[in-house]
Design a protein around this ligand. Sequence first.
Ligand code: SAH
Length: 352
Amino acid sequence: MDIHSIQLDQLKKWLEDHGEKAFRAAQIFDWLYKSLVDSWDEMSNLNKALRTRLVEEFSLRSLTLVGTEESSDGQTVKYLWKLHDDKLVESVLILAPGRQTVCVSSQVGCPARCAFCASGKEGLIRSLSAAEIFEQVYRIHQILSKQGQRVSNVVFMGMGEPLANYDNVVHAIKLLCDPLRLHMSERRITVSTVGIVEGIKQLAQEDMKVNLVLSLHAPNQHIRKKIIPFARKYDIEDVLSSMIYYAKTTSRDITYEYTLLKGINDSVEHAIELAALVKDHPCTVNLIPYNPVDGLNLKRPEKESIEEFKATLENKGVVVTWRYTKGKDIAAACGQLALKKNQPKLVSLGSC
Ligand code: SAH
């Protein structure tokens, strides 16, 4: 059993069933989440026999770190993890003044198969468990704590579609926010989705108010379904209505991500159409110029045309941000480090 997804009460019961005192559970949680120890042996106030039992029953780690890559400015670090079944996933740590953000993966591969994204090239391989998701943050948190820092923000923008692994993602968020564990604020957690309508509505009903990002990428259904095969299932209007429902129900602002692809969704006409589509939404549109992925015949628009696209939206009253892509030299996007290990070819930059 994985120790990170167990409830305190479950652990108390297990201890009592094994002739131990229930208060040991709180001690174990303190070792894990306050002292951030790496091994059972470091839990020095537990007797040896109990530690041996714990080793036999619970796994402390479901991820093995098999590689890291750091950008030349040291501000972005990519972690490649091996899972128990030898599958690979990755997380990215993005450092900014006062902010240590971990971009986590929710699945191995991705069912969305967006035309520009490296993660979905081979489709979905499997979903991650709550512990496998939680542990990506926990392990980086352990590493940062040695430098006197902590993880401040988590974004579900690594490999996978979080709402296609709904239960485990919600469980992982609860573990991250658990006061006995990392005690993160829900406001510092962001879920990015390709737009699964029922998942967005269900998330709105949860007892948690995370930030929600929609990967919109198109000003109409016709272009959207070309870029995102998965989006054929959902009408763009229904997706946007579910986002507004989320914003209203949770009182959180929402973000629409728009990856700019030259000649596909980047014209001034597209900007005008997009502005009309999101008019009156409590949203920010986040423009991401396409980051080339090896083997894909797509292009990033010129800087001038991105600026024109942005200005057109702004003139129509849309709030726009233009995401500066960090970690360019280490291929910091979703899916890319894992792909690089699996295949001999280096896949270049993405988005996290
Ligand atoms: N499946 C979720 C989570 C993936 S998030 C979603 O679709 O939102 C990754 C974000 O990075 C998405 O907005 C995605 O569209 C963007 N992205 C992925 N590859 C990219 C690339 N090569 N260039 C620019 N943006 C990319």
